[in-house]
Each structure stands twice: as C-alpha cells, then as structure tokens.
Write a protein that binds this ligand. Sequence first.
Ligand SMILES: N[C@@H](CCC(=O)N[C@@H](CS)C(=O)NCC(=O)O)C(=O)O
Length: 218
Amino acid sequence: MLKLYFAPGACSFVPHVALEVIKAATGADFETTLVKFHKGEHTTPEYLAMNPNGQVPVLLVDGKPLTQIVAICEYLDRNYPQAALLPTDPWARSQALSMLAWMNNSVHPTFTHIFRPEKFAAGDAAMAELKRFNTIQFAQHLERIQGHITHANPYLFGDKISFADIYTVVFWRWGGIAGIDPDTLPGYKAYVDKLALLPAVAAAIERERIVLHMFKKA
Ligand SMILES: N[C@@H](CCC(=O)N[C@@H](CS)C(=O)NCC(=O)O)C(=O)O
C-alpha cells in the first residue's frame, strides 16, 4: 500500500499527481495524509522518524518511508512503468531525470530562499537581500523552463506527462507567490493551464484545495 504525506501547494504535489496518473493507468490506489506545517506536524518525533529532514513528501511503501522527490519518482516509475512517467529509451529517460534533478536541486531551493529566508540567514536586512536576489534568480529559472516548454510536444518528454511537467505547475504557483508577473511568461502560463485540465492534475489540485494563479498586482 502507498501513502503520501503532503502539504498543500508544496513540492509533494509532484508525487501526488504521479500517484493519480499511476492510479488511472494501473488501478493501484493510494492514501494521503495532509501535513499541517502551521501545527508543526512535520516536526513531531513520529514524523522525524520517517523523515529526519522534517519535510514533505514522504511516501510510505508498505509502511516503509521513502524520502526525496527524485528517489520517490524513480521508485514510482520503476514500480509502475505502465504509467510511463519517464520515457523508456535510456537516453530520453536520463534527460528527463536530469531536468527533474535540476528542478529539485536548483529551482526549488531558490524559491525556498524567498519563502523561508530565515532558514538561511538571520536579521531583516540579510533576509530581505536573500529574497531580492533569489526572486531575480527564480524568474530566470522560470524563463528557462518556458524555453523548454516551447519544445514540448505535447509534453516536455514526449506524448506522456512526466515528473518534470508536474514540477512546472508547482513552480508556476510559487512564482505567483514570489510576485513574478505571469504576463512576462505567457507560454508558461498557457502550458500550466493545459496541464491543469488533465484529470490527474485536476484531482490533486482539488484534494490539496489550491489555486495555481497566486500573483496579485501591487
Ligand atoms: N529535497 C527535498 C526537498 C523537500 C522540501 O523542500 N519540502 C518542503 C516543502 S516544498 C518542506 O517540507 N518544507 C518544510 C520545512 O522545511 O520546514 C525533496 O526532494 O523531498
């Protein structure tokens, strides 16, 4: 049995949508548990025993915890190849994993510096500078993703949605929170709107009760 620990709008959205895709392709069902950050549910001894980093996602596989998005995605693809969440051709598969790894180790932490600057520096001035600097970096990352989207046919790695596609949705939402004007990224916006119509993506959005367009004009 699979059980996903997630927080609404967090990076756990990637395995969340993947589990919906797997369910549609194979019938394999899964459970979810919402982790309430504001109640510190990710810092309890029980939670830290599953993930010492105190983060989502955690995927419980028959009661055993698996952490880190790249590892979770790799596990899900190997165990449910029918869902085709990664290409089967070795080179194409490695390219898709390469983009997923870049998203996880570069794009994602850039936003963490904007959203949780207190994790990286003390003092208002230092935190304000972290936010300013990383917002510029994050906007550049989104532009680079928009460049990849230009070649999507119809998805980033062919005719099936892959993990990197799902991550683009998460980053789009975070871009709005960071104050990045969606009008500067029309191709990206159209892609996210297209993905949001897919039943697996729509189901995860509904379960997490999130909206994707978070930008508010100042
Ligand atoms: N590298 C980790 C990143 C996980 C991560 O950053 N999770 C965030 C949400 S997007 C989290 O749980 N933050 C809570 C905290 O760190 O306090 C992974 O791939 O799982």
